[in-house]
Write a protein that binds this ligand. Structure first.
Ligand code: AMP
Ligand code: MG
Length: 432
């Protein structure tokens, strides 16, 4: 856990004293700007947030989904030596057009069981896929292209020198960068790290994300809900999102709209988490205690972002720990988490900044919108076209579930007509 935190507090330890990773004003928006465009808000997060997690070394088997703490160089080339790409027969040199017969030598080369000797010029050897190419061999012919009587092979040219072989290091050369710091390790990376001989992987400690719901109206699913009460939908959603993003999710439960209780809960969270996600109470109303407390702490910024859905976000530091005060509406809470909190948390976790990948598909819908703000619609693709959920109401949780991603409508757009290209970002691109 947080070796950086310990060093910071004691001033001792191996690492030199470093300033806190985050400035108190890291969420400050330019003065006088009424509504900040989404891209400007994202650019601010990108340039101001730094990793807050320490690091450790884990066995390869535990590295999946973790953030690489340092660049990792290949310890071995892939392939480590030239080898055969097919089952067949190996010999030296290019083969010209026409019929050829070569005598076979005793023995064979198989994957993991190399042929120790050297193959004399004008001779061939049986070789299997993955076998190291023996001395005297640089070319392999596919067994399907050969007739063989056990002593000789006959085949037709031409065949290029080097055919059906893989060169040493043609994929990765020992000493080259295999994966860069900040990479979130994928299943494919697990194969790459293995192939280049990495058994121990330097990774960041998992970002600890505390999730808290606020509101007098909330009760736990399964409890009895009386008139005026609703089940807490955000907390289970946000906890599962934090886990899907590869973070450690800490459940801080629910608090009523009570400033003292909320203060105590935030204090507890700041002691055990690297970032806090709250939902509800983030606007400027009487019962909006998250924003009030952050304001009181002097490190609060109300982010008025030109985005729909999404009420103002309350961002701030509570005892040095970043807090994302998300809107209470589940749709807005989810969209704001995907668009803002996720990339911010990735940076805090030490991961590289990556745009969620979307692609353009024809719209199956028409829509008019106000220019000057970005809109995200709950969407899915059917028959190659993007459908959107029938209602844009931000309390319509069923639409989140119906959707398989978001359609992003650019700030400047006014009118989308059926058939127009729109950008669809699958939930998977956000790591869900
Ligand atoms: P607020 O942001 O606190 O003003 O809440 C906005 C709306 O979201 C209200 O209708 C709340 O009841 C609702 N809401 C707040 N928190 C949750 C939650 N955890 N689960 C479901 N709905 C919520
Ligand atoms: Mg509320």
């Amino acid at each position: 856990m947080g070796s950086q935190h310990q060093d910071k507090q004691t001033g001792t330890g191996a690492k030199p004293l470093a300033p806190p990773p985050l400035r108190n004003d890291c969420f400050a928006l330019p003065a006088g700007v009424a509504w900040t465009p989404v891209d400007a808000a994202l650019e601010m997060l990108r340039t101001r947030l730094n990793p807050v997690t320490g690091d450790e070394t884990v066995p390869l088997q535990q590295a999946f989904g973790r953030v690489l703490a340092r660049d990792v160089m290949a310890l071995r080339s892939n392939p480590p030596q030239p080898n055969s790409a097919v089952d067949g027969y190996g010999f030296a040199g290019a083969i010209v057009d026409g019929a050829h017969v070569l005598p076979l030598i005793e023995g064979r080369a198989a994957a993991g069981v190399p042929f120790a000797g050297s193959v004399p010029a004008g001779h061939a050897i049986r070789i299997l896929t993955g076998a190291a190419v023996p001395g005297g061999v640089d070319t392999v012919i596919l067994e399907e292209d050969v007739t063989c009587d056990g002593r000789q092979i006959a085949f037709r040219g031409p065949l290029k020198q080097g055919a059906n072989t893989r060169k040493a290091g043609e994929d990765v050369v020992a000493g080259d960068l295999a994966l860069a710091a900040g990479r979130v390790i994928t299943s494919a990376d697990m194969a790459l790290l293995s192939a280049v001989g990495i058994a121990h992987v330097p990774v960041r400690n998992r970002l600890r994300v505390a999730v808290l719901s606020t509101g007098d109206e909330l009760v736990e699913p399964g409890d009895t809900a009386t008139t005026g009460q609703i089940f807490d939908a955000n907390r289970p959603m946000l906890l599962s999102m934090a886990r899907a993003f590869g973070f450690e999710a800490l459940d801080l439960g629910r608090v009523a709209d009570d400033r003292a209780a909320l203060r105590a809960r935030l204090d507890a969270a700041a002691g055990s988490a690297d970032v806090i996600l709250t939902s509800g109470g983030a606007s400027a109303g009487d019962e909006d205690h998250v924003s009030a407390l952050l304001q009181e702490a002097g490190a609060m910024q109300e982010w008025r972002i030109a985005i729909k859905p999404g009420r103002p976000l309350a961002l701030g530091l509570w005892r040095g720990v970043p807090v994302f005060g998300l809107p209470g509406n589940p749709v807005a809470a989810m969209v704001c988490t995907l668009i803002f909190a996720r990339p911010a948390m990735c940076l805090l976790a030490g991961a590289e900044w990556r745009e969620p990948q979307g692609f353009d598909v024809p719209a199956a819908f028409g829509k008019r919108k106000k220019p000057g703000r970005r809109e995200y619609l709950r969407a899915r693709i059917r028959n190659g076209r993007a459908e959107v959920f029938a209602s844009e109401g931000s309390g319509r949780i069923s639409g989140l579930s119906w959707a398989e991603g978001l359609v992003e409508i650019g700030d400047a757009e006014r009118h989308i007509q059926p058939g127009d290209p729109v950008r669809f970002i699958p939930y998977g691109s956000f790591g869900l």
